[in-house]
Ligand binder design. Sequence first.
Ligand SMILES: [Zn+2]
Length: 234
Amino acid sequence: MTRRWYLCCSRHHLDTVPEDSDGIVVPVTEHGVATLLPRYPETYEVEDIVDVAKDRGLSVQALMDFTCAGCEHLSPDGYPSLRSTLDYLASDLEVDGVVVADPYLVEVLATEYDLTVVVSHTAAVDTPEKAWHFERLGADVITVDPALNSNEEEVSAIRERVSVELRTAVGAITFRDPVAFFERNLFSHATAEGIEVDPYRNNPYEPMRERVVVWEVREELFDEVFILASGEPP
Ligand SMILES: [Zn+2]
């Protein structure tokens, strides 16, 4: 059975998560989220969502998949701040896993925390070699770039190379979109700094996207499905 994870951006959103789902993924913006979403929950909302989800018996993963940490790894305040957020996720929120893109975070989480480490679609894993790299760092689950969602040949090639679980993201933009790389960096910084990016107002990349979102998927190729948005493409 393919396990099903649903993105959850608000308390109201949680009420719409189907009963057959295995868990939810909640954005934690403290250091940035690169996944493009219509809204990002405040800290108090995250705590509420996690509490209620756990009461309902759902597994919970925190989405912290920034593609740029603005040099936080190196700055005297940045590194302790990153670590204290990971401690907060593990010990206070008591999430079951963390979804990240940064290879350094994959390694730190895998070696120093008892959490499921999931590589986000924003890490753009689209070859067996990239998947192997993240597996070697300690990933438990790897989300394949959405461009491959229906590509049996390429997903099978990745599966042959690694033994981790493979996840697909539905409703996400793909790395093959020419502006995805830049847009993810923009959102990483904007979410960390609390700047709202509005497609109609201040997102410079919005009109430049080509393959905006990948909705199609061959679920049988994957162990897990992460549904970022449901229904018809907007
Ligand atoms: Zn940056």
